[in-house]
Design a protein around this ligand. Structure first.
Ligand SMILES: Cc1cc2nc3c(=O)[nH]c(=O)nc-3n(C[C@H](O)[C@H](O)[C@H](O)COP(=O)(O)O)c2cc1C
Length: 246
């Protein structure tokens, strides 16, 4: 196993940070790695906004749903899908700009953000730092857009806390490989693998919480997807001139 594979397979989210800044050179390396990630048509449809200001982190922690580690981490990175630069390119080249009319815009932007976010996680972890992505940044999107003074065509997709871990949450077990990996065509008979995972996951949860938490994976995700979780996404897409329902 090489160092990169070791880092990737050792991933675990960190939700508790020491009150200690990260080196500027470390942040620089993370951002340089992010910038070198593959991206759609080399359009580089991602921006990262680094938040270090204590008061701003505090406000964002609340907007993210009172996630205290957003405030606690020395740096909170916000990954935005960003078509503002390509909009400027269209202006400079005097061509039509139709991203608002193409739903694929959202897939392109979210994919670029996902790759950038994953790259940042691995880069940070390879430096011995801890991270946790924060999808809660979409909980109050309009307020976040105002807080960050975002131009049109830019939308926050995920945050990322980065800092020195105060504790090790340990590895979280994943679904069995047969539930996520297919050869040639999709294998539909997945329920036995999910039942298996329920047993593993429940044991993990009970052990990690010293018996305070229990429940299966299917119960957790079924409950999550039984309701709409973030309001205001449509409104934010509209405000940012990105594709949305009319
Ligand atoms: C896009 C994205 C958004 C996430 N948002 C949150 C979040 O808002 N709060 C949180 O505590 N964890 C968040 N997570 C972390 C996941 O819960 C975590 O990665 C998952 O449970 C697997 O655990 P592990 O990373 O420790 O292996 C997010 C992860 C991703 C990829």
């Amino acid at each position: 196993m090489n160092d990169v594979i070791r880092t990737l397979q050792n991933h675990r989210s960190c939700r508790s940070y020491l009150p200690k800044a990260i080196e500027e050179s470390e942040l620089e390396q993370i951002i340089q790695s992010v910038q070198m990630a593959p991206n759609w048509i080399n359009g580089q449809q991602v921006s990262v906004i680094a938040i270090k200001d204590t008061e701003r982190k505090k406000r964002l922690a609340i907007l993210c749903g009172n996630q205290k580690y957003v405030e606690e981490a020395p740096v909170f990175l916000i990954f935005c899908l960003d078509f503002y630069r390509t909009y400027l390119a269209s202006q400079m080249e005097n061509t039509p700009f139709v991203v608002s009319e193409n739903i694929d815009t959202l897939l392109v932007g979210a994919t670029d953000v996902g790759i950038a976010l994953g790259t940042a996680v691995t880069a940070a972890e390879s430096l011995g730092l801890g991270t946790v992505p924060i999808g809660g940044i979409r909980r109050h999107l309009n307020e976040v857009i105002t807080e960050l003074d975002l131009p049109p065509y830019v939308l926050p997709v995920s945050g990322l806390c980065v800092g020195h871990p105060a504790e090790d949450a340990g590895l979280k077990p994943r679904l069995p490989k047969e539930a996520v990996y297919h050869e040639e065509t999709y294998q539909h008979n997945l329920k036995p693998a999910l039942e298996n995972y329920n047993t593993t996951y429940q044991a993990y949860l009970e052990e990690r919480s010293s018996g305070r938490q229990s429940g299966t994976w299917t119960k957790a995700v079924a409950s999550f997807y039984s309701k709409h979780y973030y309001d205001g996404i449509e409104e934010a897409l509209k405000k940012q001139q990105l594709p949305h329902r009319k």
